[in-house]
Design a binder for this molecule. Sequence first.
Ligand code: C2O
Ligand code: CU
Length: 474
Amino acid sequence: MMHRRAFIASVLAAAATPALPRLSLAKVGDGVFELRASVTQHALAGGDHASSDLWLYNGETPGPIIRVTQGERVRVRFVNDLAEPTSVHWHGIRIENAMDGVSGLTQQPVPPGGSFDYDFTVPDAGTFWYHAHNKSWSHVARGLYGPLIVDEPTPTFDSNRDLTLVLDDWRLGQDGALHDASLGAFMDWSHAGRLGNWMTVNGQSSPRFDLATGKAHRIRLINAANARVFQIDPSALGAKLIGLDGFVFDAPRSIDGPIAFAPAQRMDLLVQRQEQGSFALIDTGDFALQQMSEAEPVPLATFEFAGGAAKLEMAPILSPNAIAEPDIQGAMRVPLILTGGAMGRAGAMTYNGEPLTRPVMMEHQQVWAFNGAANMTTDPMFAARRGQTIIVETINRTGWAHAMHVHGHHFRVITRNGHSVENADWRDTFFIDRDETVEIAFVADNPGRWMLHCHMLEHAAAGMRNWFSVGANS
Ligand code: C2O
Ligand code: CU
């Protein structure tokens, strides 16, 4: 790994630069976005550090912001200039199944030199993202992701007060280049996943964002890290929470302490201050960042308030997405027991329909299971009738936290450890700590074959993924 001391100079250099989001619109004349994956030389750590061979969309990290309006048809021609097959998943979009981009389940991966036309409509407004969905543990770690922002039909926030911040942690070697030798390391697959030692927000270390006093800003955070759970307290900037995983609430909510921000989750903030000043967003999570460990902690980003109005302007009214309410009484209940991992009580597991033997476990690095099965099974975990309410009761018997993602649907988190949840928010990815039990409920109204997996991408690859089906007929 890159020596910590080597980072300090470049950290200070980056912090002194007023950073702007490096995101740009990729829309072209005929309404079709072109998204092209290729190997791109990129200097992550800056200074005289080595650059990395990242795998990027359109040569950018993060990939280009795709910005559309709710209800709009989105057409993306994806071109694969990589030497490995890949596909693009539109995370959190209640999309039609054939466009979900899951290699091996909803499409064949796009071969090197090939292309695939994604064509779908976006039913919900909000903060979403896209990322590779073939060998995601490798492709996403190398940079294949970007933001997908769906605007409300009538704009709420001023476009220049609507910021998207994509968080990632990269694992760099001593030379400052991406440490690709450790991709796929058994240690990561069986423990907390691949954690990085170089934090970026929109591709930069500790960037600064200039905000106007008095004005209402919407800040959209996206956690694109493979496995890192951030602990962040946006109330430090006077922020209120206005939405999670793309779905806004009907009113802003005060924040009272750090929030666990798990891989793939999004958090929308209302940020508004009357006083000038500089405020930092800091990660206080379990796996403190090596990047900052020898100096004062380096914030994820800082926000500089200046030059706006003396009075607070009215914050825009939020309009939540319309979605079918689960019918808790008539629901089909599905248990989902998580086992395995280092220091876990694994119990018996199957893999490809056979009992998982130790040699097979080691060869395929299968160490986690859903209901005793490591990885995908031939039959779905459950088959829902279209329109049926599903309650998934997830019981975490591993020694680790997980970030559970359901494709094609948003769900409400209804209970946690037997207690009903006060704000049963709509989510597409929920955090579950060790020894926790979480119930989610959703209406299975989107026909097709959908994945359910841990979004700690090493955990998914090492067994924590499977699928369910939703029938075509009501
Ligand atoms: Cu964001 Cu199956 O993934
Ligand atoms: Cu996990």
